[in-house]
Design a protein around this ligand. Structure first.
Ligand code: TRP
Ligand code: ZN
Length: 487
């Protein structure tokens, strides 16, 4: 009989199983290089610098077209309106960024939808579309280091991106509204974005929906205002830099419970047609307690708000660590209270959200720690010792599947989730509890609101433990045979 944490694994593994039926996701098959090559931009006559197009991807080996080069976004101000009857979304995205190269033009990621107009620093800009790439050419080139504001007005019927490996991600219209979430991408299905965790930004989100619905998103609630007859605008702001795949939008009929936790706002939401004392609501209600426990293990909670949203839609068979407010598919609670999944998604607030990946092949840094948090929580509640979770998992691990660089098709596979957690505990057994928790706290403190790679993590573990760990990480992350158990 599967345990509660096995239930989380089963859902993750189910996703991986779908993933093995693989072909490439279309987007990653497209070339990164600008077909036109570097060119001299409109502003180039005024300066010695030559303005060139920004790259159409950040160059992530798994998803070369994700994100874009040549600029760094500081803030997204999104104002969207969604009409569930027509399924139409219209929006204005105001993007404040800094050019990191002299740009004649730059790209954003946007899937479907129609761009109605664009300005850069208030002057009309021209736009072009090619698949999921939106190219914006400002009236004048942007000097390297220049701060600029791009404003894009757009509308249309948003659709998810489908990938045989990664499922349907992005904006889904539902029976009572819509749900936008997905990893490794989703944001580009509802707003123009630099869609890669390398470019984190703060968000101010305004959502206008029919007055009988709610609109939930990330961060601190900014209240609601009437927006003309029968419509309401909901405001949210995420003040800590956030990777774009962690941005969510949930519209529909929900019971919202607002409270404070440790002086910060907490927003919990459950579909109105689920009982307020059922397993989903009861699991979600453990959020504060679990956050406090994880804080005792990982260090201070990194964000300004707390929360969680349960969603009810057959297509959503997963949970996602959307920043400050994870989203949980109802499926996780259909066998009763499940605190393991809450511990998993909350652990990601430190591992993945506050400290984000620089490239998707380092996924074990997210999922290994989140799975390990399930083991920690199970021990804390008296359900199972961490050592027992480790021993059981060690015995059933297929060592042919690496935790690091698993390949696109296994991005959400057992190697990443389960073997990833083995790596974490093996490190603890190798360096001892005191050094181990010092490493975790240093990682979450020094890289808070930033990014990190496997090499960065190893360097930190070596610095704090005073040991050379090349062999350790090679064996545990990628070795093809069972490594000797430390100790
Ligand atoms: N990162 C999620 C978790 O482990 C799982 C996940 C993988 C996911 N792919 C997804 C969630 C797509 C939502 C959409 O918690
Ligand atoms: Zn996870």
């Amino acid at each position: 009989m599967p345990s509660r944490s096995a239930r989380v694994r089963a859902v993750a593994a189910g996703l991986a199983l779908v993933a093995t039926l693989a072909g490439c996701p279309d987007r990653s098959a497209r070339p990164v290089a600008d077909p036109a090559g570097p060119s001299v931009g409109p502003g180039a006559g005024t300066a010695a610098a030559s303005f060139a197009p920004g790259a159409a991807g950040v160059g992530d080996p798994y998803f070369p077209s994700y994100g874009n080069g040549g600029y760094d976004v500081a803030n997204y101000r999104l104002a969207v309106r969604y009409d569930p009857d027509s399924k139409r979304l219209s929006g204005t995205a105001t993007i404040t960024a800094t050019a990191t190269a002299a740009l004649s033009r730059f790209n954003l990621d946007l899937v479907g939808l129609t761009v109605e107009s664009a300005t850069v620093d208030g002057a009309p800009a021209t736009t072009a579309r090619d698949g999921a790439e939106l190219t914006v050419t400002p009236a004048a080139g942007l000097a390297r280091g220049a701060r600029f504001t791009a404003r894009i007005r757009y509308s249309g019927i948003p659709r998810p991106v489908h990938s045989p490996q990664l499922g349907d991600n992005g904006f889904l219209s539902t029976a009572d509204g819509a749900i936008a979430l997905g990893e490794p991408e989703s944001a580009s299905t509802w707003f123009p974005v630099n869609d890669h965790p390398q470019d984190k930004a703060t968000y101010d989100i305004e959502v206008t929906v029919p007055a009988d619905l709610v609109a939930l998103s990330n961060g601190v609630p900014g209240g609601t205002v009437a927006a003309g007859a029968g419509w309401t605008t909901w405001r949210w702001s995420e003040r800590s830099p956030m990777a774009s795949y962690l941005c969510t939008l949930v519209i529909g009929r929900y019971r919202i419970e607002r409270s404070e936790h440790g002086g910060k706002p907490m927003v919990l939401a459950v579909p109105s047609n689920l009982p307020s004392n059922g397993p989903a609501a009861r699991s979600l209600a453990a959020t504060g307690t679990i956050v406090d426990y994880l804080t005792s293990q990982f260090g201070p909670y990194p964000f300004d708000s707390y929360g969680g949203i349960v969603v009810r839609d057959k297509r959503i068979r997963y949970a996602l660590e959307t920043q400050s407010r994870p989203v949980y598919g109802e499926v996780f609670f259909d066998r009763g209270v499940n605190e393991g999944v809450i511990a998993h998604e909350l652990a990601h607030q430190w591992f993945g959200d506050s400290v984000s990946l620089s490239r998707w092949s380092d996924m074990w840094l997210n999922e290994g720690f989140a799975t390990y948090a399930e083991w920690l929580w199970a021990e804390h509640t008296g359900e199972r010792r961490v050592q027992e979770s480790f021993d059981t998992q060690y015995a059933r691990t297929l060592w042919s599947k690496p935790a690091l660089d698993p390949g696109r098709a296994d991005l959400f596979g057992m190697g990443v989730y389960q073997r990833g957690a083995l790596v974490v505990h093996a490190l603890r057994m190798t360096v001892g509890d005191e050094k181990f928790f010092a490493i975790l706290r240093a990682w979450t403190t020094e890289r808070r609101d930033g990014n990190g790679t496997t090499a960065d993590f190893q360097a930190l573990a070596e610095r704090i433990s005073g040991r050379q760990l090349d062999r350790f990480f090679a064996d545990w992350l990628t070795g093809t045979a069972a490594p000797p158990i430390p100790g």
